[in-house]
Unconditional design. Structure first.
Length: 150
């Protein structure tokens, strides 16, 4: 069964985050729906403080503990995944995004997606040379972006 996600919205198949939440046995509360819409609208992984600020701007009343519970529920249900960029906090993004990794500028903090790093070949090589079956991986790049190099 093909699952339509928030990130894949088009004119022919309009997606409703409320339906997706219900499909994952989650009630579609205003905070949950707003956070799903936030996740579908951002390009880079976001932290919990960004989510809290977003809900405040939307005048959706909730406390910080509730936001953390929502994030944990979304992750547990496979809607979002945790991203660690060595900043002392976690960020999150939709699990439905195509396989990719991140480039993080250590000067300005911008985060860019990179999807063409041929990780499948590396995993295959690891399996052949080491007899180790890779089931998941985390690969992030840190450096200086082109704007900060100027």
């Amino acid at each position: 069964m093909m699952r339509v996600t928030c990130i894949m919205t088009n004119i022919l198949n309009k997606h409703d985050c409320k339906i997706e939440l219900n499909e994952h046995s989650l009630r579609a509360t205003p905070a949950r729906v707003a956070l799903m819409k936030l996740f579908e609208s951002v390009e880079e992984p976001i932290d919990v403080q960004t989510m809290i600020d977003f809900l405040d701007k939307k005048e959706i009343t909730t406390d910080n503990a509730t936001v953390f519970r929502i994030v944990n529920m979304f992750a547990e249900k496979g809607l979002i995944k945790k991203v660690e960029l060595h900043e002392g906090k976690f960020r999150y993004e939709l699990s439905s995004k195509p396989e990719h990794h991140h480039l993080t500028c250590q000067k300005c903090g911008t985060i860019q997606d990179i999807s063409d790093c041929n990780i499948e070949a590396l995993e295959s090589d690891i399996e052949k040379r080491k007899g180790f079956k890779v089931t998941s991986h985390a690969l992030e790049f840190f450096g200086i972006c082109s704007n900060c190099q100027k």
